[in-house]
Design a protein around this ligand. Sequence first.
Ligand code: ZN
Length: 307
Amino acid sequence: MNNYYAVIEAGGTKFNCAVIDEHKQFLARSRIPTTNPNETLALVSDFFEQARRPNQPYTALGIASFGPIDMSPSSPTFGYITSTPKPGWSNTDMVVPLAKQLKCPVAFDTDVNGAAYAESLWGAGKGKEVVIYITVGTGVGGGVVINGRPVHGLIHPEMGHMLIPGHPAIQGVCPFHTDCVEGLASGAALSKIWQQPAEQLEDEHQAWDVQSTILSQLCHNLLMSLSPQKIILGGGVMAKPGLIEAVIEKTQISLNHYLTLPHSVQLQDVISPTGLNQDSGLLGALALAQTQAIELPNERKTQNGDT
Ligand code: ZN
């Protein structure tokens, strides 16, 4: 029988869940609101139980999650969301109960590392050695793939919390750092700073000029630090028409001819929209499940828990 995968893109407002076969065909999908861990994870578990083939366990489970998360298999809190500002979700075990229930190997990474990975395999970053995926949605996150592997180091990249110069017109709202990218340019920050939801801000509103300035500062720093061949800008806020073009233009100005790009490469080839549209998150979880899944460590398999 063909392989098939249980995949989750766990976000701050919803959990996108899907069952996908090895040819990237979606066999089932569901969107579950992110409320509290007990409620949301119970609905996730029900969905995968119902979508399971009789007598054939899932080949692997892939979870691409909002963070910060613990992805070190040797850690006693492997599989946990750690210190998220999202109420109720700190110290939530995202992995072990579900992997035990589904009885299959599991891969766990950040949503943005997953998306960067899928884009590097099948999307806008295909064939590139250094691919960065930035999502500008409710929050701002960044994932990195270098030479075909999602980057893990001390923990994992948290590019949304990089400090940048910002803009004199606004003050950031991140509870941890004030003037980080997320505190200045996330959908939630836009709503707080301009006192209306981002999607209701008119085209002429100053917010968009400020927004493109801030995102260009981020792109400038990423170009200087990791030398990516692709910076993919995704997420709901990036759907604003004209925003990515403005970011590219301002990044060009900010670079001030310092970088000499390789022959025939232009900045608009480097900074680009997603190649996988809305599915980069789920396909990221699939890519993780297909290539990075591990068996649970024994001590976690036998740990008492809600199986
Ligand atoms: Zn921050």
